[in-house]
Write a protein that binds this ligand. Structure first.
Ligand code: HEC
Ligand code: HEC
Length: 253
């Protein structure tokens, strides 16, 4: 009897991960917590949207910034769950992780994706954070990263020393026509997360809808990718302080 109960419980727990999100529940959470900015139809035109910059995402046509999928693709359900849970630092997109139950988080993420195009699930090109193993952060790796930063011309936008003041920075605009500053790496507050795995994902897949391109194809080597991650993160002046203030992040994958 007890064994049977244990098996049933185990099955219930393991099935939770694969169960499709409850869209009816998702709609209730969305109307409550998201509609005022993202709009009833998911078009990013909620009553609170006009005054905000950057603008709330348009989920119908909008390109998603934070994805584990190819540039131009839809995000995965786990990508949307991560963003909704952690929020987008420096913008009005709040961290809902502490406010929503895991079931509600999954439900509302599914509801958000349902506004967009349908079809086959998009292909994952960056492994989940838990499976991405950073190569060691050594002085040699940072030096290699610095050379890549120069040869790939990241400084055109992010500035020669990573202060977000490159020659192309002033004219950078996003899909909504809002000006969007290339990140100042010396501050170390990343919108899409500041762990090595987060920074890796950001420049491998790019931030769709902004001038930040995808470097997945121009950086095929794992060694080069991690070298650039370590170099960019090393530019941050006080990462320990900011991580203390804003971390730890919830791994949703
Ligand atoms: C106070 C306004 C506001 C509320 C409320 C709000 N958002 Fe947002 N949201 C934003 C803004 C602004 C952005 C754009 C951030 C950026 O582009 O850097 C955004 C971006 C997003 C993104 C885009 C991530 C990407 O990869 O581009 C998702 C997904 C999202 N919100 C989901 C939600 C969900 C789900 C809720 C409700 C649980 C919600 N938001 C509530 C303002 C809001
Ligand atoms: C054409 C201009 C441009 C170039 C070139 C460019 N970036 Fe960016 N990058 C941006 C912009 C704009 C943003 C901010 C987008 C936003 O937050 O809306 C950004 C943001 C980022 C972020 C921060 C994402 C976050 O989570 O906040 C990282 C990391 C990054 N870029 C790395 C790189 C690296 C590494 C290179 C070179 C291999 C590079 N970028 C080249 C424009 C550029």
């Amino acid at each position: 009897m007890r064994a049977g109960l244990a098996v049933a419980l185990l099955l219930a727990v393991s099935a939770w991960g694969d169960e499709p999100p409850d869209l009816v529940r998702g709609g209730v959470v969305y109307r409550d917590a998201c509609e005022s900015c993202h709009g009833r139809e998911g078009d990013g035109r909620g009553p609170g949207a006009a005054a905000l910059s950057p603008k709330p995402r348009n989920f119908v046509t909008g390109a998603f910034k934070f994805r584990s999928t190819e540039s131009g693709e839809r995000p995965l359900l786990s990508d949307v769950m991560r963003t909704v849970s952690t929020g987008v630092r420096g913008t009005w997109m709040t961290a809902f992780g502490p406010l929503l139950s895991p079931t509600d988080l999954k439900a509302v993420a599914g509801y958000v994706l349902a506004f967009g195009p349908k079809g086959e699930p998009p292909e994952r090109v960056v492994p989940p954070a838990g499976e991405l193993r950073p190569l060691p952060d050594t002085p040699a790796a940072r030096e290699r990263g610095r050379a890549l930063y120069q040869s790939l011309k990241c400084g055109q936008c992010h500035g020669p020393e990573g202060r977000g003041d490159g020659p192309a920075a002033a004219t950078a605009v996003d899909d909504h026509g809002e000006s969007t500053a290339p990140l100042d790496f010396t501050v170390g507050l990343y919108k899409g997360g500041s762990t090595p795995q987060d920074v890796y994902r950001t420049f491998v897949t790019g931030l769709d809808g902004t001038p930040m391109p995808s470097y997945g194809d121009s950086l095929p080597s794992e060694e080069d990718r991690w070298a650039l991650v370590h170099y960019v993160r090393s530019l941050s002046r006080s990462p320990g302080f900011f991580r203390w203030l804003f971390g730890p992040r919830t791994p949703w994958e």
